[in-house]
Design a protein. Sequence first.
Length: 172
Amino acid sequence: MTKNLMKEALLDLMEHENVINISVTAICEAADVNRSTFYNHYKDPSELLLEIEQDLLDQIPTPAEILNMMKNETLLAATTAFFDYIKDNRKTVQTLFNETNGSSFTSRLVDHLMNGYVPVDENSDDLTAHFKQLYIANGTVGMLREWIRSDFPMSSEAIADMMYTISRRIAY
């Protein structure tokens, strides 16, 4: 619970300030915890931010889980569930997608997607496969960012289906 309070405090502060300008004292005051409590868990605000980012990345189904999803409907359901999670955690995601506050989340998300999430045609050479993966990962992040920025104008299932369909066309 204490870690969650500190995470919420950092996200609140990041709405107005870059993480490098946020002090441990400010986080502790906002979370109503002692500095020693903060240092029991983190060495600095950047480490706390990385944990917040990782918490969100951990909600994406793993590549192994995706490989076990033999039917497109199952993959769509898992992707839809992730987008529902994004919607339910709108404040966190909006803050993380705002790179002006010092978050590196979008680049971490692209890297995360590139490592096992974006399959491409087996007949593609390595360079072509890499660029296809890069295009799909960045396009997915761009669509996700706009979906969030425009206050979720379509359902989680509709955006998940659109991303899946477009990605499949590019990959194969």
